[in-house]
Write a protein that binds this ligand. Sequence first.
Ligand code: GRF
Length: 219
Amino acid sequence: MKRRVAILISGRGSNMAALIKAAAASHDFPAEIAVVISNRADAAGLEKAKAAGVPTAVVESKPFGKDRAGFEAALQATLDECRIELICLAGFMRLFTASFVQRWYGRMLNIHPSLLPSFPGLDPHGQALSAGVKISGATVHFVIPETDAGPILMQGAVSVSDHDSADTLSERILEVEHRIYPDALRLLASGQARLEGDICKTVASAASGNFLISPVVGE
Ligand code: GRF
C-alpha cells in the first residue's frame, strides 16, 4: 500500500511539482500525493497541483493571526479527512507549535537550501555567500520544534563560485532539491529510513568514492 502524503506549500511549489512528478512517474513509488495544502489561497503551486490532477486544499493561516494552535487544528482536520500518513513541507512559510511537531515526529519532512546545520533560517544562500563557503547544497530533514534542524535524511551538494549571486546559487541548489526530495520521500515511505535518537539511518547509506572539490585547480 502506498503511503498517503500531504505536501504543504505557501508559494511557487517547484519542490511540490518534483514530488508529484516522481510519485506519478513510477508504479513502484511507495507514496502517493493525496493532497496539496496551502496556507495561502494565492500560492502559485496550487494551480500546478490542480493541473497535475492532485487534490488541493486551502487552510488560510492569516485569519488565525498568532493563534498557531487554532490554525493547526484546522490543518489537522484536513489531514485527517485525507487520511494522511506523511507530510512534506515544501516552501511552507509557517512555524508549528511543539505539540503539532511532536504529533508528526518521524513522519514530517522539510527541505532547506543549505547543508544543515550550516545556514538555517532566512536567506541561506546569502548566508553561504557571506561565509565564503566553496560548497553548499540542500538538506531533507525530519521536522523538530527548532527551525531548520532535525535528523538529516538526505543531502546534496553543489560548488559555489566567486561569481555566484544569491540568485544563481539558489537556481543551482534548487536542481539538487528537486532531485533529493523525491529520493528522500522514497526512503521514508518504503521504510528504509529509521530514527536512532537524533540520527537518521538509511539502508541506502554507503560511502561512495565521489568527490566534490571546489574550486578546481587546473594542472
Ligand atoms: C525551496 O528553496 C526550499 O528549500 C525552501 O523554500 C523553497 C521553496 O521553493 N524551504 P518551492 O516553492 O519548492 O519552489
